[in-house]
Design a protein around this ligand. Structure first.
Ligand code: PMV
Length: 352
């Protein structure tokens, strides 16, 4: 499928150029799980963009050399990643017609631990898409900042779906939803700041590293298994419907309902994995222990500590900076940290 709005300009002038860009990771509240051809999501999703977990990327372009890509992660050459990027660049040529007319050396670094299991594909593809748009402006002429960001989000999506949400800060929606004006399957949009209660504008996301290392089933395989999952259609419908209460909650600041919805989304994601054929489970014993302790803690204290999960065993601990955070932080340190592999926790926030 070609998308005319984003087709590249045929007039361009290339030259050697080095650009650097940085892009944060994001954590979904309503989850994207299942997709159609060309990275079209089966349902809309909404996420918080994080402030500290980022990928910093330097892209060197050598004009008029035979097309090739070399990639380095924290100084180490990554051949497999380079192959993936080469394929990706070939796939997006119609949107950036100069892209195959040179050689690339791409150096990336993540500000979060490599083995942490935190998805670096969102921040990684976000940063690459931003570098490409900076080069595009250099070679094909300036566009407005809005247009450039939107196209960067469009290009990031073609690299890794959820990456398209990382181009904007705060709360970000990807996928067509009747509840969100301007939303699209092709790129992400920022959720209007005016529609967000202040309590959601300063939130903690502490990632407990329950299991460090490679996951048993990749996201690509997981998305694919939704094609034959008999519960998939119902799930896609539910995610669409969940935008109705989510919109109300974000406006009113109803924390109790927010917690219920966000935890339900996380558990549904993992339930879909268990109902796939073949079934798979990415949660570990520690994941379940932490979830149960969070529920007990909430029952006892009524404090707003809750969780979400991405496609892995790690637990994202969510809690607002509303005055209750010191008590929550000390509970995490004394009760939850023991369920991680190496006392691993990545402390991030989303503040906007
Ligand atoms: O963008 P992908 O293909 O890595 O898929 C991400 C899927 C989840 O993290 C589980 C959910 C989401 O919406 O980010």
């Amino acid at each position: 499928m070609t998308t005319n709005e984003f087709l590249g300009k045929e007039n361009f002038t290339i030259q050697n150029k080095t650009v650097s860009e940085s892009c944060p990771s994001n954590i979904a509240l309503i989850k994207y799980w299942g997709k159609y051809k060309d990275q079209i999501p089966a349902n809309p999703s909404i996420s918080f963009t994080l402030n500290h977990c980022k990928t910093n990327t330097e892209m060197e372009f050598f004009a008029n050399e035979p097309f090739s890509v070399q990639t380095f992660l924290s100084g180490n050459e990554e051949v497999k990643f380079a192959e993936k990027i080469e394929k990706y660049f070939k796939n997006i040529e119609q949107y950036l017609p100069w892209i195959l007319k040179g050689k690339y050396v791409i150096k990336t670094e993540n500000t979060f631990p490599h083995s942490s299991g935190i998805a670096s594909s969102a921040s990684g593809f976000g940063a690459i898409a931003k570098c490409l748009m900076t080069l595009d402006e250099e070679f094909s002429g300036k566009t407005s900042e809005d247009e450039s960001l939107r196209k960067a989000s469009f290009l990031a999506r073609l690299g890794s779906g959820s990456a398209c949400r990382s181009l904007y800060n705060g709360l970000v929606v990807w996928g067509k939803s009747d509840e969100v004006e301007g939303s699209s399957d092709l790129f992400a949009v920022k959720y209007s700041d005016d529609e967000i209660h202040p309590v959601f504008k300063d939130f903690n996301d502490w990632v407990l590293l329950i299991h460090e290392g490679v996951k048993s089933v990749s996201s690509t395989v997981g998305h694919g298994l939704m094609n034959t999952n008999p519960y998939a259609e119902r799930r896609f419908q539910e995610a669409r419907e969940n935008f109705v209460p989510m919109k109300e909650i974000l406006k009113s600041g109803n924390m109790e309902e927010f917690i219920k919805l966000v935890e339900h989304e996380a558990l549904t994601l993992h339930a879909m994995m268990m109902m796939s054929d073949p079934a798979f489970i990415l949660m570990k014993t520690g994941t379940l222990e932490v979830i149960n302790k969070i529920w007990d803690f909430r029952k006892e204290t009524n404090l707003p500590l809750f969780f979400t999960l991405d496609a892995g065993a790690n637990v994202h601990l969510l809690f607002p900076n509303d005055g209750s955070e010191e008590q929550i932080k000390s509970f995490i340190e004394t009760e939850l940290l023991q369920h991680t592999q190496k006392n691993g926790v990545v402390k991030d926030v989303t503040k906007f």
